[in-house]
Design a protein around this ligand. Structure first.
Ligand code: FES
Length: 101
C-alpha cells in the first residue's frame, strides 16, 4: 500500500475553559467542545440559556466562542490547531459602534 505524501497528527492539544484536552485534528472548535463532553458552547446574555452550534455552516451565530482571546468567533468555521485556547462565552457579544466607519 502506498504511503501518504504527507502526514499529519491524528490529534491536537487545545485548552477549553483552561482545561487541556486532546481532540481529533481537522475538526471544528464547535465539534471539539462537544467531543470532550460539554453540552453547550455559550450562554445567552439575558437569560443565561445554554446554546450550542445549530447550522454548523456559519449562518446562525449560535456557536460564538472566544478563541485565543478573541471573542465572538464562530466556532463552526474554525478548525482546531495545536495550542489553541478556547473559552466558552457567558457574556454578551462585544459590538463596536465604530466598526465599519
Ligand atoms: S453553528 Fe451556526 S454559525 Fe456556527
Amino acid at each position: 500500500m502506498p504511503k501518504a505524501a504527507f502526514s499529519s497528527p491524528k490529534t491536537v492539544s487545545i485548552t477549553i475553559d483552561g482545561v487541556k484536552v486532546s481532540v481529533p485534528s481537522g475538526i471544528t472548535v464547535t465539534a471539539a467542545v462537544m467531543e470532550v463532553g460539554h453540552s453547550y458552547i455559550r450562554t445567552t446574555p439575558l437569560s443565561g440559556q445554554e446554546r450550542s452550534g445549530y447550522c454548523q455552516m456559519g449562518v446562525c451565530f449560535e456557536c460564538l466562542v472566544t478563541i485565543d482571546g478573541v471573542p465572538n468567533q464562530q466556532g463552526c468555521l474554525v478548525k482546531v490547531s495545536e495550542g489553541m485556547q478556547v473559552t466558552r462565552q457567558h457574556t454578551a457579544p462585544v459590538i463596536s459602534i465604530h466598526e465599519g466607519l
